[in-house]
Design a protein around this ligand. Sequence first.
Ligand SMILES: [Zn+2]
Length: 502
Amino acid sequence: MSDVVRKVIALSILIFGAGLLWAGGSSSNGAEAAKNERDALISSARERAAADDPRLKGGYSYERGGWVFVHLEGDPASIGFQHGYLLGPEIEDAFPAVSAGMMHSTERDWPFFREVAREMLWPKLDPEYRQELQGIAEGLNARTGSQLDVYDIVALNSFEEVPDYYVPWLNKQEKAKNAPNLKSPGNCSAFVATGSWTKDGQIVIAHNNWTNYMNGERWRIIFDLQPSNGYRILMDGFPGVIASDDDFGINSDGLMVTETTITQFEGWDPRGKPEFMRARKALQYAGSIDDYTRIMLDGNNGGYANDWLLGDRKTGEIAQLELGLKAYKLWRTKDGVFAGSNFARDPSVLKLDTPAFDPHNMETSPNARRARWDQLLNENRGKIDVELAQQMLADHLDSFEKKTDANERVLCGHVDTTERGVAIWAWPPFYPGGAVQGKATDSNRTKDMRLVARIGHPCGSDFLAKPFLAAHPDYAWQEPYLRDMKAGPWTTFHAGERPKTN
Ligand SMILES: [Zn+2]
């Protein structure tokens, strides 16, 4: 059906529907009830009209284990349209929470983020990702009637890099007085192992995502991307965002990717390309550790600076790419393990990119978890597999206090339990953040595009919003967005799978 024909049909439905309501409204219904009915009718007419859009061909989604599995395929505009349409309700739910968080921490208004998106980020995006982002805005609008446009979507995509990387850099440039305390976040615990370290000698990779619970409880999408160009991708992700962003993903050429952020990283290059695009592009087009490194370095803007943990199923080789802005370092091996818990370790990166970070203070979350990874991985050398990885992601041993305690220093973080908070990330006491979900896979699973994932704290415990907010009124501003974060079961996801019917 042509666009014009579809629009005419949609319009006819709307006019006919409005006529019916006018007839009905003139009897006994109140004006408000009539308006509600009219809105419902308009919205269902819009959905029916949009459901025939040819760009939706091949896309589908369903819920399982607390996750939304979404399959997107085709050219960039179609992938975007399917994304915006199929995840419309999730984007509508996530956008207010994310944007409120961005505005709250930076003390900047939404027009500021839109302008950054339009003036700084958009011009540096490759055409295919512009088309995809435009598609998301159009698909979202078709599904829900949302007024968000492509610059709102680009700003949403930058939610990790603009507030905590660009804005502190900008405040410094502008010598802003009373600038808010913004720090690059400490997101995630992860490892990648190979050779004599794993049970089958092949690669095992695992990651849990640390972030504030408000965003984290919405980080529940499993994207199965089948783009017309590049490799097939299976990754976890966030509604409306084109990169995994936390990050965990595999591609059909056998590349396995995750990361943890670099604590107290400082720097930004306004001429660079957005990190969210480079990360997506690298997962889509890299068939080797070298390709991956090259794509991440091309136009490095310093945003969301990470220690990337990589594996190549084809060779059994793993790598760690510590990607600062002024310096970077690539380690690689076919027999070893790399762990991440938000610490930099290359002397040049430490000196040039994280001048404030103290790698020797064992009391801090990154260093305490680094010590715990060393201990746990060494104890299990030769035994590591996906099942063991799941247990490691749920670990609660505090290496500093040498006791079990679900706090900010353990691999499965629970910062809401501790009055210490995490000062080096500007997370105040009892900050509602920590490990919000976990994923793992290995070489065999990657070969047929499978991974396992658990929503909520990887240890399986639930976070409950109401008692938390009652006990910690400092976080009352999150009340409209903060929800219970209940843990689901470890669940296997497979690229191309369909909902189970029974
Ligand atoms: Zn836990």
